[in-house]
Design a protein around this ligand. Structure first.
Ligand code: MLT
Length: 406
């Protein structure tokens, strides 16, 4: 008899964004004449930067003749891309990261979801609330939690992010082994200072814990005093893994390319206290379960670091940040307390009512899709997240409609 992994039965019926897509689909079906503006899931709408498109084409041409054709590539990614990342994203900012510490992949969602499988199932985990649901759900699937009760999974140490701590979690008041952090934050759009991040690095060092640092939105940082990478913080090489993505940086949500940085100095322990290289374990996992990102896509990603690519990516980010500023301005003018949107594409708004009710109201009355804060955790109840990923015209139109409804 085939039996299931019954941890799956602890999960909520569907993934947050699938649930929202279902509701939006049902609304569109029963209101075929209503135009719906999507400011929900953080999916980019602008075309790829021209430099990436040209490199993508050239990569496809390389596949068309035997002299330049490539078959299986290295699972960890081609050196040309790993070297461009190490130099531009890390070494140029004083972060000591080498090309062979970078693993190219098809998404930060997959990497943040998969990484937990190299760690023991009985570790103590600290996860922010609200949070990107993938961190939590993948640990539920792996059996690291109890049941879902009263809005929380038993056995998880939740790090509450509320107005009281400016949505930046306080250090855990108990020992933990694995810590998830995301800055600029999804969903709240808040950032962390160097000093605050240093306290996390020091805490992890003291606890022999590991920080999983999701920096998928670092390109949106405009404040130069803020860290773009945890590896800008002294000591982080010994306690952190960082996840990044070309999805939001360069419009790659449909093209798929991301990377994970696993320093070689990073160690985890076996039951007898013996040390093991996390880099080697992740390499083992990656080479066994992943076949690499396609060559033309990696060429397109490499172009992000060319002179033209850098300029075009900057323009792309500024476009979405202009949308974010408009959302901040208009929602603020309506009297809503909000954060995010200045170093992030997400604006976190206190709707002062049930999140799903607010979501339904915006969808049914304004034809605008947002993301209900409660979908990101108990502390998200009462909030909604509005994403800046759409055209400026659509954002303007959505805000006009929202103003009429609220
Ligand atoms: C989000 O809207 O939170 C993100 O787009 C989800 C993702 O990147 O997987």
């Amino acid at each position: 008899m085939i039996t299931i992994n019954d941890n799956y039965l602890k999960l909520k019926a569907s993934y947050l964004f699938s649930d929202i897509a279902k509701r939006v689909g049902a609304f569109q079906k029963s209101n075929p004449d209503r135009e719906v503006i999507k400011l929900g899931i953080g999916d980019v709408t602008r075309a790829l930067p021209q430099a990436c498109v040209a490199a993508f084409h050239k990569g496809v041409d390389d596949m068309a003749t035997e002299k330049t054709f490539r078959g299986y590539g290295p699972e960890q990614g081609y050196d040309f891309l790993r070297e461009a990342i190490a130099k531009n994203d890390y070494q140029s900012r004083g972060a000591d990261i080498e090309a062979d510490e970078i693993f190219i992949s098809d998404g930060a969602k997959c990497d943040t979801g998969n990484i937990q499988e190299i760690f023991s199932t009985d570790i103590a985990i600290a996860i922010p609330d609200p949070v990107y649901p993938v961190y939590l759900d993948t640990n539920v699937m792996a059996g690291r939690t109890g049941d879902f009760k009263d809005g929380k999974y038993q056995g998880i140490h939740y790090l509450s992010c509320t107005r009281a701590n400016n949505f930046v979690p306080d250090l855990p008041n108990q020992p933990v082994d694995l810590i998830y952090l995301c800055f600029p934050n999804n969903p709240t759009g808040t950032t962390i200072t160097r000093e605050a991040l240093k306290t996390w690095v020091d805490f992890a060092k003291k606890e022999k814990a590991l920080i999983l640092y999701d920096a998928a939105y670092e390109a949106f940082i405009t404040d130069d005093t803020l860290p773009r990478s945890i590896f800008e913080i002294e000591g982080a090489r010994d306690v952190a893994i960082e996840f990044r993505s070309f999805s939001k940086t360069a419009g790659f949500t449909g093209t798929r390319c991301a990377f994970t940085v696993v320093p070689k100095s990073l160690m985890a322990f076996d039951k007898t206290g013996g040390k093991h290289s996390i880099h080697s374990l992740w390499n083992r996992r990656h080479t066994t379960k992943f076949n690499g990102v396609s060559y033309p896509v990696q060429r397109a990603a490499e172009a992000v670091y060319s002179v033209d690519g850098k300029k075009q990516v900057r323009e792309l980010i500024e476009y979405y940040l202009t949308n974010a500023a408009l959302i901040r301005k208009e929602m603020g003018a309506l009297g809503y307390d909000l954060v995010g949107g200045d170093n992030s594409p997400y604006i976190w708004i206190d709707g002062k009512s049930d999140s799903w009710e607010f979501f339904d109201r915006l969808l049914n009355q304004a034809g605008v899709v947002c993301t209900p804060g409660a979908g990101f955790g108990k502390c998200g109840q009462g909030y909604i997240r509005i994403s800046a990923f759409n055209s400026y015209e659509n954002v303007e139109k959505a805000l006009k409609r929202i103003k009429q409804v609220l």
